[in-house]
Each structure stands twice: as C-alpha cells, then as structure tokens.
Design a protein around this ligand. Structure first.
Ligand code: BES
Ligand code: MN
Ligand code: ZN
Length: 498
C-alpha cells in the first residue's frame, strides 16, 4: 500500500535520481523527453523482448543501466493517441500510480511522440494518480503490513515533467478539487456505521464550511415541526437521532435559481422489522452512498469555486429494529401531506427521500433536482455493477446526465417510468404503499419518488450497484467508489456554470 504521493510539476530535464516513468503511444516510439531519460537505450533493448508496443495497460520495467544516475526506468503504454480523452488521462495516471513504490523520487515524463500533451493533460494524469493511490487504512494499526515493518510508509515524491508546468499546476488545483471530493465520498462510504452515525455524518458535512459552503443541520425536533413523518418513521427504531443536512454553495449570480442534489444517507440499513438476512448485511454501512456523493460533490464544487448556485441535501438516518421501530402496516404522513402505508420497513430509502425531495423543492424551487440513492437490489439484477440506473421526468436533463456519464465513465442507463408502473404503488389503506410487488422493483421505487417532485425537472440515480463493492479499476481500488462525484461535477461544468 502506497500513501498519497506528493506531486509537483516541472519542465523537461534529464532526471537525476530515482525512477523515471515515460508514456509510450501504441507503435512504441519514444518521445524526445522520454529518450533523454534513457541515454543508455535500455528501453530499445527491452521493448522487443517484452513484446511491448505501447498498448494501453501494458508496462515495461527495467533496471537503469550501469552508469545511469537513476534506479529504474518504466514505460507505460498509453494506447492510441486518438483514444486519449479526459478519462484516458485519468486512467494513465492510475497506471502511473500503480508503478510507485514506497518513498523515493519519481519523475513522470508527460510527452507523447505523436500527440500533444499539455498542462491540462498532465493535471488529469496527476488527478488519476491521486484517485488510484487512495486506500482506506485508518483502522490498520500495523501501518506497513506488506513488508512487516511498523514504521508508517513514506509517500513518493513525484515530479511531473511537461511542456507547460505553470498551466498544469493551475489545472491541477481544479482537478484536485474534484479528486478530493471523490475521496471524501469514498471515506464516508468506507467508514463503519458505529463511527459514522447520522449526527457524525452531519458533523462531517459541517466541515465544508471551511470551504465557504453554508451548512444547516436540522434536528429531529425541527423535522417533526416540518411534518417529515416518512423520514422520521425510518429513524424511530434507532437510538441515534436523524439529521437533515442542507448545504449551499453560492458561486453563481444571486438571482440564479440553484441546481439541487439530494442524497439517501442511511448510515446503516438493517432492514428494520422486515430484517435483512445476516449474510452480507455488513455492506449496508454503505447505504449512505448517495449522501456521500452529494457531500463529496459539494466539496468539489466549493473547492474549485464553481460559478453556480447549488443546494445539496442529505437525509441521514439509521434503519434499525428496536422496541420503538416502525412496523409493517404502519401508515405515516409525509411532509407533502400524502400518506404512505409502510408494507416493508426495508424499503426505507424512498421514505427518507420522499421528505428530503419535497423539502428541497418546496424551499428552494430549484432548476432541477437529481437524487442519488443506493435504493434497490433490483437495479443490480437489471444492470449489474457497470451502470447506475437513471430515471427522469425530463429528457434534456436525462440526456445531459447520460452524456456526463460517458465522459467520466461513471455510466448511466436510462430506465422507464410510466402510469402503469405508478399504479403498482397505489394502496388500499393510504395514498400509496412503499413497495410495488415482485416485478420492476427499481422502477416502482422511482415511481414512488416521483410522487414527491411535482413538475420540477428531476432525475433519480439508483447507485446501489456502483457506489460500493464494484470491481477495482485503474482509478479506484477502494470498496466505496465515490460514484457520482465526477459525474455530477461534469454535468455542472458542461451546462450550469457561468
Ligand atoms: N439499501 C437497500 C438496497 C441495496 C441492496 C443497496 C443491496 C445496496 C446493495 C434498500 O433499502 C433495500 O433494502 N431495498 C429493498 C427493497 C424491497 C424491500 C422492496 C431491496 O432491494 O430488496
Ligand atoms: Mn432497505
Ligand atoms: Zn437501504
């Protein structure tokens, strides 16, 4: 495990120490600056032996030849130059980070033989290095388990050489803001529920005040006064009281309507009286992945001083089962006035979001609302862990989100909504019930949410499959992925700033 590298930018110059890492496009040609690192031509002997041709994901590592001031030379395949989009550069950064060893000095040469690589590209690569280097280790008391030593591992010192180091440094402060938001979201998802209850989550959100975010925390008493019976019904089985957190970043014009993001923050979902099976229940510490993404996003937008007004609302509760827990068959009244028959206490996320969405719409009249929630197991049956489900009442918003998903590779797949599905949650005893039956479980959950958004443009992202436990990849090795932060930062960047 490597700790977070310390990154700086510099002009091209032959490195004098440590490891040199160069990038090689498909075809295998070395750039001028890359050649400077390797006067002994070690690469030109190694490439054919290793059958290295610069394919994306391939790596050649050689010991620096006798007489060189360096220790190691590493060539990383960058693939076809035409495929090197924003995400491609992040991925390359991930591949570079995978080659870092503990401590030591590393020089990364960001130059390609045939394609332009400027400051923006170097900054993306650096952000990819950070994302890849993240790991959740705060509860590992033996710091350096890999080699048996107790001393904490030292970070690598990385110098990124590129044509425009000043431009790279500037672009990196923006890219780093986003990476930090992603890592905040990962930290929150990875944190166990005994440490991160609703009150503690709200306290973590409150820390965003340091970045200029306005943060209000509503207590149980205040939520009662507002009539949030749906959210409070979920919370009543836990000894730990709920919190509704309202975060505001006002980077836009004062008259501009805000855009709004709403997150499910169930710090632990036992299922309540409709209790979950024991196997895998530990994963339900991550049932606040939506709230984590909203909090991480607010961090990112504030840290990069985005020119937009944004509201982030998270409903933090714990779904537990004690003597005061909500029962199947209970009927609760939501803030909207609509009544809900709770037929399954494990369909709790929609109850939390019902009040959070209504409150958000009612108080802020936002341009749009996007909610994020680890809402249903059914979305994983439908889409696996490669796409999050996208539901929306607004085609423009849906298309913009899907496009941001393609750019960031936080991929979305649109799912249907419609009156026939909506009927499935009508209830005999109340305005609606909180489950829709065996079929189309993610869709009936989304229909439920839609009953709390009126005509406001709205999208719901079911991130149950993507927020946690997805396969490790080039830029994420952690259980909690931070899914949604890069996606929504991209959405805001592309359409709602300035
Ligand atoms: N938090 C769960 C959904 C979930 C499952 C997220 C697995 C991540 C991984 C949600 O609250 C839930 O329990 N949903 C039920 C709904 C059902 C009772 C209608 C489900 O998916 O089984
Ligand atoms: Mn549940
Ligand atoms: Zn849940």
């Amino acid at each position: 495990m490597t700790p977070m590298p310390i990154i700086s930018f510099a002009k091209f110059a032959a490195p004098k120490k440590g490891t040199a890492i160069v990038l090689v496009e498909e075809g295998g040609a070395l750039s001028e600056a890359a050649n400077t690192c390797d006067p002994g031509k070690a690469f030109s002997r190694a490439f054919p032996v290793a059958e290295f041709s610069g394919k994306s994901g391939s790596v050649v590592e050689v010991l620096a030849p006798e007489g060189s001031p360096l220790d190691r030379l590493v060539a990383i395949g960058a693939g076809k130059a035409a495929d090197l989009n924003d995400y491609g550069w992040l991925k390359l950064g991930g591949a570079v980070a995978a080659q870092l060893r503990k401590a030591g000095e590393v020089t990364v040469v960001v130059e390609l033989a045939g394609a332009a690589a400027g400051g923006a590209e170097a900054a993306k690569l650096a952000a990819g290095m950070l994302l890849r280097s993240y790991s959740f280790e705060k509860y590992k008391t033996r710091k350096d388990e890999n080699n048996g030593k107790d001393a904490p591992a030292k970070p690598a010192k990385v110098t990124i050489q590129c044509a425009d180091p000043a431009g790279a440094k500037k672009a990196f402060s923006d890219a780093q803001a986003v990476a930090d938001g992603v890592m905040l979201a990962r930290d929150l998802v990875n944190e166990p529920a005994n440490v991160l209850g609703p009150v503690e989550f709200a306290a973590r959100a409150k820390e965003l005040e340091k970045l200029g975010v306005e943060v209000e925390v509503l207590t149980e008493k205040e939520m009662k006064k507002l009539g949030m019976g749906a959210l409070l019904g979920v919370a009543q089985g836990s000894v730990r009281p709920p919190r509704l957190v309202v975060m505001r970043w006002n980077g836009g014009k004062s008259k501009d309507k805000p855009v709004a993001f709403v997150g499910k923050g169930v710090v632990f979902d036992s299922g309540g009286v409709s209790i979950k099976p024991a196997a895998g229940m530990e994963d339900m510490k991550g049932d606040m992945g939506g709230a984590a993404a909203v909090t991480g996003l607010m961090h990112s937008l504030a840290a990069r001083k985005a020119k937009v007004n944004v509201v982030g609302i998270i409903g933090c509760v714990e779904n537990m089962v004690d003597g005061n827990a909500q029962r199947p068959g209970d009927i609760v009244t939501s803030m909207s006035g609509q009544t809900i028959e709770v037929l399954n206490t494990d369909a709790e996320g929609r109850l939390v979001l019902a009040d959070a969405l209504w409150y958000c719409n009612d108080r802020f009249e936002p341009k749009f609302m996007v909610d994020l929630a680890t809402l249903t197991g059914a979305i994983m049956v439908a889409l696996g862990q490669q796409h999050a489900g996208l539901f929306s009442n607004n085609d423009e918003l849906a298309e913009r989100l899907a496009a941001a998903g393609t750019t960031t590779q936080e991929k979305l797949w649109r799912m249907p909504l419609g009156a026939e599905y909506d009927k499935l949650i009508d209830s005999k005893n109340a305005d609606m019930k909180n489950i829709g039956g065996r079929h189309g479980g993610s869709i009936t959950a989304a229909q439920f949410l839609q009953r709390f958004v009126k005509d406001t443009a709205w999208a719901h992202l079911d991130i149950a499959g993507t927020a946690m436990g997805s396969q490790a990849n080039e830029i994420n090795q952690s259980w909690g992925s931070g899914f949604g932060v890069r996606l929504l930062d991209q959405l805001v960047r592309d359409h709602y700033e300035g």
